[in-house]
Design a protein around this ligand. Sequence first.
Ligand SMILES: [Cu+2]
Length: 461
Amino acid sequence: METPTPKTDHSNHTMNKQNKIVEYELTASAFAWRIAPGKTINAWGFNHQLPGPTLKAHVGDTLVVRVKNDLDESTVIHWHGLRIPSTMDGTGVVQKPIAPGETFEYRFVLPDAGTFWYHSHANETVQLERGMYGALIVEDETDPVTDGERIFMFDDMKLASQNSFTKPSWFIPRIMERHDGRQGDTLLINGREKPVIKIHAGQMERWRFINSSSARYVNLSLGGKTFQLIGTDGGLLEHARTVSKVLLTPGERIDIIAGPFNEGESFPIESLPYNRVTFLKPKHEIFATVDVRERRPSKAYIPDSLRKIESLAPQHAAITRKIKFSVGPSLNNGMNFLINDAIHVDDKPVKVGELQIWEVRNASLMDHPFHLHGDFFQVIEENGKAPDFRAWKDTYNLTPRSTIKIDWMPDNRPGMWMYHCHILEHHEAGMMANFEVMTENNFNDTNARQQSTNEMHQHHH
Ligand SMILES: [Cu+2]
């Protein structure tokens, strides 16, 4: 993946820690993209690259991204995982979509270090599927020292003959795609089919994984080798955890330390079978091969303590909101994907500074990755049990018939936000809700208005 140099850099290079303005130009367009020798697709994406350019900045910097739309349809860019003002969140509720030929400037301060990504939030089931995404890396001085860093964006595409994208035209395939999410057999890592990755023996690298597919779950394994999990959606964990596999649902990110490996070794970056309970058969899939070359000395240093993650809520704190994910019948589409028994929901507002404790229940018989915009949460309970370790998350898998309890604190960024299932076809089919973060004054005014409306209704009945 190419990383272009930022266009302008207003930094004072003699002062390392001074915050900079980092600017990028992204142009969305259709272009031919070669995913493998002799295999070219008609992609949609940014700057004729798939994934789009990796945007890189330092925590505290101001990121300015001018997005020009050279597509034939409108688009809008969501900054997945960033705690930025609501007006910059890049959804249809906070922004007029960027029409063909128009340019929009996104501008915001980067408050957190970590592995994030940007992607289309308009006609997502088509635009994201075709490649409208890229990585956004925010660095910090406190990051562990490694021998190198790589970004791996997982994707899959459902291609017909001549490698074209098609929409299912028959009723049954259409229902299936709505039910399962669009999952294809063309597996991509950084826009390529089955690339070979070269790493030196003896070295420890930071690998950042992003699942940018529409619906595919990646049950990540490195040929069964152990690796150290050091970060999740919202940045570093408190301590590295030695694991041999991690489930990465659409939208989720993890950071790991890979290596040291031995010279001559070869192993796959693969997904072990995972049953997310759809019509699709769980399969073992290989995304890439890693070849270990000659040994090089290591300068890596992974401290015992990566950072501190404070818990937000006291134990057994009372639930402030209950959210139900479920599936129900639909006359026109076979089935609807529901939040609290409705589609495309307007949920109640939350107040700035008021701790949120949400119970999110999956009443359906399939998995759904729950995604909250604009803030990180901590999972404090899953099916009544506290998790093994604290982590900041913005996307979390809900297994069938499971209940999680999450907490998060709305800070002073009032405006419209949303939560939804990150299987794009489920989101489109209604499994989403908008809600407002309100300042205390607005919140009280709205509640007073609501109360008087309720009283009026009571008088009428
Ligand atoms: Cu879903």
